[in-house]
Ligand binder design. Structure first.
Ligand code: GLC
Length: 492
């Protein structure tokens, strides 16, 4: 019997072609790992005009189709990028909605754009005749695929036994519009086929519908899978999730060590691994110079590489900044994001130019230099579905300080000075008190050279390669494959 699975993985952003966050890395890393396990994998993602400059070489697919929403027709064309024999990326070109726009999101018609994209995915998947066992949908931008497939399965003859998995990467995002801004009276109940009048479409909650209609749901850590069942983390969808609790799983993400690795990173001057930590120090001295700080190996250098948003815990850093600036330390922040945070760090950097610097917008080059040059990596996220930066920081020997939440809690173990075990510093409650205690513990340990080196090696040895999570997904797909198709009646 052929045990190979046919999987279509759908996401709005896929690295390196399009990316605004960690979603894009997962949308490439997981399919790649699944293909290495010999499954037949196809990625489907929108074509954005900025991809023109990437000069990708496409194989021939003469597939064109039309999607009709309301009375408007949307032409759809497909480009196939072969990566390996069993691994293809299909770019769906929808000129009216996705071309001639310079960004991935942020338009008034985002709900319409992704509704049409979702319908196109189903149509194209059907026409290609791949007969996928699984359509794996990532985050809200793909949330109506399970909805349409469950209720309109007859329209897609080759998908008659296809199952859907919906992965939640961040529950805060449920549609093109912030869900809490939608007037309570108009909020989507998530049932039936979404209505497409302007007002209804504006209020469609893609994630809520995916939770209801997907055959199975998962999120990107075990801890976050539990957290989102509570009002504190559930973003208004905790009830919907509780109803699906038996179909809700957690699988931690991986990272690609061919890319995230100080032994090959082309952006850093002194490549290193756990056996050549003296070379890491040289990167630190270079970073200190570049940032305009004093060049001294004994001053703890703290790195922050993240999107500058509320989620990432910047409130704690802002609340404690005056205390921090009185310590012997240096901080480099790298990231793009909200203007208020950028302004805050710029002001502080002007006051304390020898202690803190901000590099914005985000660049891969500066991110690498900070991972390689810092001793401590700060990631006090208020909530964190999985988190990728803390995994990268460990491989670069920059010891993470994290809030005990979501994926941070699943991946970082608190350092215990008595046993010498652990990979970082974890604080329990999201308060400046707890946060400062974790920092103090880190500084204290940093002062003991031998203990710190031991901790660095331990963190660098941790492995979060994609191979393991990919196998877990295969297990999930197989459970899913055996599930019965739920009839339309089930949903009424
Ligand atoms: C989102 C989450 C982040 C996660 C990433 C990939 O960006 O906020 O925690 O690592 O998706 O799953």
């Amino acid at each position: 019997m052929d045990r190979r699975l046919r999987i279509i993985s759908v996401a709005s952003e896929v690295a390196p072609y399009s990316k605004t966050g960690g979603l894009a890395d997962v949308a490439k890393g997981l399919p790649k790992a699944l293909a290495s396990l010999h499954h037949e994998v196809s990625i489907m993602t929108p074509w954005y005009s900025f991809m023109k400059s990437q000069h990708l070489t496409f194989a021939d697919v003469s597939l064109r189709t039309v999607i009709v929403v309301g009375k408007i027709k949307y032409d759809v064309e497909v480009k196939r990028l072969p990566i390996r024999k069993n691994f293809n990326v299909y770019f769906l070109i929808i000129p009216k909605l996705f071309c001639k726009r310079s960004n991935i999101y942020g338009y008034d018609d985002d709900n319409l754009r992704f509704l049409v994209f979702n319908l196109s995915v189903l149509k194209v998947a059907d026409l290609l005749g791949i007969k996928p066992h699984i359509i794996h949908c990532h985050d809200w931008q793909t949330g109506l695929i399970p909805n349409f497939l469950a209720l309109k399965r007859k329209n897609y003859p080759t998908l008659k036994s296809t199952k859907t998995l919906f992965t939640i990467h961040n529950l805060a995002f449920q549609a093109g519009v912030d869900w809490w801004r939608i007037d309570k009276r108009h909020r989507d109940n998530g049932k039936g086929i979404p209505k497409t009048s302007a007002r209804d479409l504006h209020a469609v909650n893609f994630t809520k519908r995916a939770i209801r209609y997907a055959d199975m749901i998962n999120t990107v850590s075990i801890r976050y899978a539990q957290e989102i069942l509570t009002p504190e983390y559930g973003q208004g969808l905790e009830r919907a999730l509780q109803e699906r609790e038996h179909d809700l799983y957690g699988i931690i993400n991986g990272i690609d060590y061919a890319v995230n690795n100080p032994a090959f990173d082309t952006y850093i001057k002194y490549k290193y691994d756990q056996r050549s930590l003296d070379r890491k120090v040289r990167n630190k001295l270079l970073l200190q110079k570049e940032a305009g700080f004093e060049q001294k190996k004994d001053i703890p250098l703290i790195g922050v590489v993240n999107r500058l948003t509320e989620q990432k815990g910047f409130a704690l850093i802002m609340e404690t900044i005056e205390v921090l600036m009185r310590q012997q330390l240096q901080i480099v922040v790298v990231g793009s994001g909200q203007r208020e945070y950028i302004q805050f760090f710029r002001n502080i950097a002007r006051k304390h130019p020898k202690k803190i610097g901000i590099i914005t917008p985000f660049t891969e080059e500066m991110a690498s230099k900070v991972y390689a040059g810092s001793d401590i990596f700060l990631m006090p996220s208020r909530y964190e579905p999985c988190g990728i930066s803390q995994l990268i920081s460990m491989r670069y020997g920059s010891i993470p300080i994290v809030h005990e939440t979501g994926g941070l809690s699943d991946t970082i173990t608190n350092y215990n000075p008595r046993t010498g075990k652990g990979s970082g510093f974890v604080f329990r409650s999201y308060t400046s008190g707890d946060f400062l205690i974790a920092l103090a513990r880190a500084f204290e340990t940093f002062g003991h050279e031998k203990a710190w080196e031991h901790l660095m090696r331990q963190a660098m040895r941790e492995s979060y390669a994609w191979a393991l999570p990919a196998k877990k997904y295969v297990t999930l797909y197989r459970i899913l494959q055996k599930k019965k198709i739920r009839s339309k009646k089930y949903f009424s």
